[in-house]
Design a protein around this ligand. Structure first.
Ligand code: G3P
Length: 218
């Protein structure tokens, strides 16, 4: 399972990349705005800066919601760097745009996926990735992990090549269960990736080892 970081914060992207386990980055307009990246040129430069840090797929989201606009934006974003994956919303024109871009060899990530039906449509259109939003489903009392399991089963039965990118990750259990259920990728905030490291028995065990070593070598 690939690990992507879900942020536009360059320091956090560097920190995750330095861990040696990072396979890519996802962003969205909210994450770009949070970092104060405002205006078309600044946004394009920021994607280029991210691509300089990480040798892996970088999802860059379109702002347009009409077919022609998404195509124009998608082609511009894809021309920035070979690792750019164009992120397209799960709407009618989005499906058409995914079909067009994939026919031109431009990789896509279909975002805002909340149902298996949407996932099937995006896979049929040739999306490279689909992004089901786990946390946002949990927020409305639907188990987001159930959706990952359902999509994983469908894609396996149907032999779809589209990769399941579990998004809107809120805790380490989301990451572990995504791995169990066969998600191809998770995208997560840095804090949640780092939370995978933690276990109190690791900390107390290491403290004991070091104390015993110190006593024996005093
Ligand atoms: O990038 C899409 C997704 O990961 C957003 O997550 O936490 O805003 O629901 P969140």
């Amino acid at each position: 399972m690939k690990f992507f970081i879900d942020t536009a914060n360059l320091a956090q992207i560097k920190e995750a990349n330095d861990l040696g386990i990072l396979d890519g980055v996802t962003t969205n307009p909210s994450l770009m705005a949070k970092e104060g990246i405002i205006g078309k040129e600044a946004v394009l430069k920021h994607y280029t800066d991210i691509c300089k840090i990480v040798d892996g797929d970088v999802s860059a989201e379109v702002i347009s919601t009409d077919y022609a606009g998404m195509i124009a934006e998608g082609e511009k974003l894809a021309s920035l760097h070979e690792n750019i994956v164009v992120k397209i919303p799960m709407i009618k024109d989005g499906i058409k745009a995914i079909k067009y871009l994939s026919s031109k060899g431009i990789r896509t990530n279909c975002t805002l996926v909340f149902s298996a039906g949407q996932a099937i449509l995006a896979a049929k259109a040739g999306a490279t990735y689909i992004s089901p939003f786990i946390g946002r489903l949990d927020d409305i009392s639907y188990d987001g992990m159930d959706l990952i399991a359902q999509i994983a089963q469908i894609f396996s039965v149907q032999g779809y090549q589209t990769q399941i990118l579990a998004a809107s990750i809120r805790n380490p259990i989301h990451i572990i269960k995504s791995a169990q259920m066969g998600a191809h990728v998770i995208t997560s905030p840095l804090a949640t990736i780092m939370a995978l490291l933690k276990h109190p028995l690791t900390d107390s065990g290491l403290a004991q080892f070091l104390a015993d070593h110190q006593k024996a070598n005093a």
